[in-house]
Design a protein around this ligand. Structure first.
Ligand SMILES: Cc1cc2nc3c(=O)[nH]c(=O)nc-3n(C[C@H](O)[C@H](O)[C@H](O)COP(=O)(O)OP(=O)(O)OC[C@H]3O[C@@H](n4cnc5c(N)ncnc54)[C@H](O)[C@@H]3O)c2cc1C
Length: 86
């Protein structure tokens, strides 16, 4: 296995869905397996658009994962938040 040390994030890792559930090669959810942070594939793809591009997704997807594990998955679209921001 080749190792490529880095000091901020990784560009590889396990592919996950919107609730941080790990997907297999066929794109199907592996039940009970979640992954966030540098062990997961970056939601930013091959780019690092700016500060927070690793910690932000790590916290966000961890939050979503816990909600899903609790049986209360968070909808993707929060219309109420969008209205509040307008
Ligand atoms: C100098 C620096 C500046 C950064 N600045 C930013 C920034 O401004 N914004 C941003 O978004 N990101 C930043 N990052 C990146 C961000 O800190 C990391 O991407 C993030 O901390 C990764 O979180 P993680 O939980 O995936 O891994 P980690 O935080 O590395 O956590 C992994 C944990 O697992 C533990 N561990 C390892 N092996 C084992 C084992 N065998 N058994 C048990 N435990 C084990 C480790 O001790 C560690 O506590 C920065 C990183 C560095 C180094």
């Amino acid at each position: 296995m080749k190792l490529h040390p880095g000091d901020i994030g990784t560009k590889g890792g396990l592919l996950t869905d919107r609730d941080a559930r790990v997907l297999n090669d066929a794109g199907e959810v592996i039940e009970g397996l979640y992954c966030v942070g540098n062990n997961s594939a970056s939601v930013m793809g091959p780019a690092y658009p700016g500060a927070g591009s690793t910690l932000g997704p790590a916290m966000t997807f961890a939050y979503r994962a816990i909600a899903a594990i609790k049986g209360q998955p968070i909808p993707l679209e929060r219309g109420d938040l969008l209205e509040r921001a307008a």
